[in-house]
Design a protein around this ligand. Structure first.
Ligand SMILES: Nc1ncnc2c1ncn2[C@@H]1O[C@H](COP(=O)(O)OP(=O)(O)OP(=O)(O)O)[C@@H](O)[C@H]1O
Length: 236
């Protein structure tokens, strides 16, 4: 294998045989998953299946008891700042917005590494999320839930990450705002080679917008190909 093809083979986010335990209980039990550059991947599963834990383990926020997580072929350490600097951005469940800071100040917190001017996404983000531009000087705590979610997505992408993790994407968004937001995410991801991993309870939305959807059950994932088969996916 040449150096170039090796690089391609390892491009994007790769999770292999991930194990996470809480007080001895196995929450993730050999989970393996990959997100290629520019790909949008959905992660579904019932309440308590371990979706948030998966994203937190990638970001170094949940301790792993086994497994390897790598980005572009390089192992990610289990330290949140180092993971962020390596190019993994995380929009957490509940959005992680700082209420007393302005929208612009919240957005600047997303710039965790130097990005060459030609790779900055600010222009594209302003086009995709005009409401965020309009609200730039407002205290973020005054915004509606949906507006805060858009700020969180904007902040997640402003640093041109290699991978964006989004927990509970649809939280607080109206159906129309959700469609706009996920189409923007998918479009920006594809155009700029950013892999996106989206967790959501809304499996229909995931199937509609993602390149593929995985179902998390018993600590592992499997491909969920038949979007209409919700009953056996969740209750098998
Ligand atoms: N810090 C923690 N300490 C102990 N148990 C935890 C911790 N975090 C999560 N858990 C447990 O791990 C399991 C998976 O939780 P997680 O939040 O990952 O599920 P989820 O699939 O995101 O659920 P939901 O759809 O309800 O948000 C749950 O049983 C939860 O109680």
């Amino acid at each position: 294998m040449t150096a170039v093809s090796e690089e391609r083979a390892g491009a994007g986010l790769s999770i292999q045989d991930l194990h996470v335990r809480f007080s001895g209980a196995r929450v993730l039990d050999g989970l393996s998953l990959a997100v290629a550059p520019g790909e949008i991947v959905g992660l579904a599963g019932r309440n308590g299946a371990g979706k948030t834990t998966t994203l937190r383990a990638i970001s170094g926020l949940a301790a792993r008891s086994g497994g390897v997580i790598s980005l572009d072929g390089v192992r990610l350490p289990a330290r949140p700042e180092a993971v962020a600097r390596a190019g993994v951005a995380h929009v957490p469940e509940g959005r992680g917005i700082f209420a007393d800071l302005t929208v612009e100040e919240n957005i600047r917190l997303g710039i965790v590494r130097k990005v060459p001017a030609e790779r900055t996404l600010r222009g594209a983000l302003e086009e995709a999320f005009p409401a965020v531009v309009r609200l730039r000087g407002q205290k973020a705590g005054r915004l509606s839930g949906g507006e805060q979610q858009m700020v969180a997505l904007f902040r997640g992408l402003i640093g041109s990450p290699r991978v964006l993790l989004v927990d509970e994407m649809s939280l607080g968004l109206s159906p129309r705002a959700l469609r706009t937001a996920i189409e923007a995410l998918a479009g920006l991801g594809r155009a700029h080679g950013i892999g996106v991993l989206v967790v959501d309870q809304n499996s229909r939305m995931l199937h509609e917008h993602c390149d593929r959807v995985h179902l998390l059950n018993d600590g592992r994932v499997r491909l969920w190909e038949d979007a209409s088969d919700i009953a056996s996916a969740y209750f098998a």
